[in-house]
Design a binder for this molecule. Sequence first.
Ligand code: CP
Ligand code: NVA
Length: 303
Amino acid sequence: MAAKHFLTLLDLTPAELRQLLARAIELKAMQHAGTLYEPLKNRVLGMVFEKSSTRTRVSFEAGMIQLGGQAIFLSPRDTQLGRGEPIEDTARVLSRMVDIIMIRTFEHQKIETFAACSRVPVINALTDMHHPCQLLADMQTYLEYRGDIRGRTVAWVGDGNNMCHSYIHAAQQFGFTLHIACPPGYLPNQALVDAVAAAVRISHDPVTAVAGADLVVTDVWASMGQEEEQAQRQRIFAPYQVTAELMRLARPDALFMHCLPAHRGEEVSAVVIDGPQSVVWDEAENRLHSQKALLEYLLLPRH
Ligand code: CP
Ligand code: NVA
């Protein structure tokens, strides 16, 4: 049987995603209570990072250790991948040695090619197109603070990037309305939007996007790989900063999320990210718990 992969949020059904979040909350409680739970003893996660990471690396590595397994960090600088060994060959070899693989890379096509050649489950740990693991943590965090997100309104303000694309998938899978505000020329992928047209409203106006929102989300203006566009983007995106004034237009109990790392004074003001509506530290912690639930789901399918 072909291995089950997690390349986008669409790889799980809405019911499976909800079950996974419930399990993440259970695993978090166990972790906080100091309960030892090691169902992945002797299992190995291979972690391929072609871009930098703090949260993703540490949460996957710590998560595997806590579940009784091990993780191996692989960077292109030190592997043959960086010297041009084909992605297909790397997938064939790694997947005969480890039990599960996560990849952070550039082109989304690359992870699809890798997964097609892998005997074991492959997890998308961020591509230029999607960041589904972050959405598991974000959806867990909303659930913990405010309950079911179904029927709520989420405002995405800023770049139509990989995180925005995963929010578009989340709108479809979790049943919320997504208001997106991006500068002209920085809109999300049209095909993704068309697939969920009823759930998504796009504009260039942060004010209308945030009005009445239950959750306001933003991300960096220049993603990894776009460093040379930083100065130009800073000018173009300036009216899209999530400020206290903008947050006041959302519902009074609205939450603020950011996948991090953040740039205070650029996409978000310090008073917002460090203020009472911000849940970014719980959001970051939940990377650990939701990915442990994901690892368990992919490796122990009975859970
Ligand atoms: N949010 C996130 O994926 O962070 P890292 O780049 O530190 O992994
Ligand atoms: N959009 C950002 C997310 C980082 C976690 C990037 O791709 O760099």
